[in-house]
Design a protein around this ligand. Structure first.
Ligand SMILES: NC(=O)c1ccc[n+]([C@@H]2O[C@H](COP(=O)([O-])OP(=O)(O)OC[C@H]3O[C@@H](n4cnc5c(N)ncnc54)[C@H](OP(=O)(O)O)[C@@H]3O)[C@@H](O)[C@H]2O)c1
Length: 339
């Protein structure tokens, strides 16, 4: 990083890190790369390069985001600019329609991302139920199935093979529940290093959050700002808005920052790794500065703990497998894996 860039960025050495069970260190904030309908893959790839220039070192990717082929050249540009590969943290995920074909899917992500290895590879969802990008929430996969543990463990065994072959340094889960993780932890040879889950002030998932922490699994929090720009199809009338919450607004006013920054500060201070998305320099610089700047007070942390509304935004309706089923079945809210 040049002196000029450093002046307007954050020295990556100052960004806190979390230690995984292997001893590896993951930057305590990452940049999301899912642009949904709002941004082009090219804009996102440019943002990745520029975010690295302001100090981001951790990027959250996935094959289903449809942009890894452009993020690969962006990562190349970053390493050619002098950032060592070992100083980057790149996550990718296997999509639902490749659970039987994990190794080939990972190899494709590696080719697209122009990497020899991934730092973390996740099973994106615990169901092999796929849907075309951008479909309405009423869309259903005719072959959709509930969570079948034996099938998931076959997929997990392929994940373990990737780790054994050195193609990925860590493997992990995403969109899981405690009942599902109980079974995976019982049967896995290689335990998940991280679990990516929706986490923001209005959806704090305290039980699952504590469950993973207690088992040495690092929680990575997606939609940390409450995904304020998600498309209409991903909104329901009862959804609440984190960045409009009076508690968040008053802390933002005290600090003189955007409410999004307060959400990211809270996330990092609580102990999850937020992965905010943005293609705008002022925004991704602000979220990176959030994790090195003035912390929230204990009273502010307690006040935010008190505004949890259990408001899940990414409900996953498109993965349902039965007629007239509630999206809550995807999340085992009765403590059992719904069939
Ligand atoms: N594992 C999974 O299943 C899963 C699911 C969902 C997401 N993810 C990951 O999580 C990432 C983030 O989630 P997300 O995009 O849903 O939601 P998010 O990060 O909560 O919200 C992103 C939006 O917040 C706004 N924003 C960002 N920084 C800001 C700032 N400093 N000030 C003001 N506004 C700011 C931007 O809105 P504008 O664009 O309108 O400016 C941006 O588009 C994704 O990109 C993806 O990598 C993973």
């Amino acid at each position: 990083m040049t002196d000029a860039k450093l002046a307007e960025g954050v020295d990556p050495a100052r960004v806190p890190k979390k230690t995984l069970a292997t001893g590896a260190q993951i930057p305590a904030i990452g940049l999301g790369t899912f642009g949904s309908d709002n941004y082009t893959s090219d804009q996102i790839a440019r943002a990745v390069v520029d975010a690295a220039s302001v100090g981001y070192r951790h990027f959250d990717c996935a094959s289903v985001y449809g942009n890894e082929h452009l993020i690969g050249p962006a990562l190349r540009e970053i390493t050619h600019s002098g950032v060592a590969r070992e100083d980057l943290w790149v996550t990718s995920k296997v999509w639902n329609d490749r659970h039987d074909d994990v190794i080939a899917s990972c190899e494709q992500s590696l080719r697209d991302l122009k990497l020899d290895y991934l730092d973390l590879y996740l099973v994106h969802w615990p169901f092999p139920n796929a849907h075309a990008p951008g479909v309405d929430v009423s869309s259903r996969d005719a072959h959709a199935r509930p969570y079948i543990h034996d099938d998931y463990m076959k997929t997990w065994a392929r994940m373990e093979t990737l780790a054994a072959r050195g193609l990925v340094r860590h493997i992990g889960t995403s969109n899981m529940t405690i009942p599902k993780l109980e079974l995976v932890l019982r049967d896995a040879s290689l335990k998940p290093a991280a679990n990516e889950m929706e986490l923001h002030p209005h959806f704090q998932q305290p039980e699952l959050f504590q469950y993973v922490l207690d088992r040495g699994i690092v929680p990575i929090g997606y939609s940390p700002i409450g995904s304020p720009s998600r498309p209409a199809r991903d909104r329901t009338p009862d959804d609440t808005v984190d960045v409009e919450d009076p508690v968040i607004l008053s802390i933002a006013e005290r600090l003189g920052v955007h409410p999004a920054v307060v959400c990211v500060k809270w996330a990092a201070q609580r102990g999850q790794i937020p992965i905010p998305f943005s293609v705008k320099r002022s925004q991704y610089l602000a979220t990176l500065q959030a994790v090195v700047g003035e912390p929230l007070t204990d009273a502010e942390m307690a006040a935010i703990a008190g505004i949890d509304k259990n408001n899940r935004l990414i409900k996953g309706q498109v993965f349902l497998w039965k007629e007239n089923q509630s999206w809550e079945d995807l999340w085992d809210i009765h403590g059992e894996i719904a069939q």
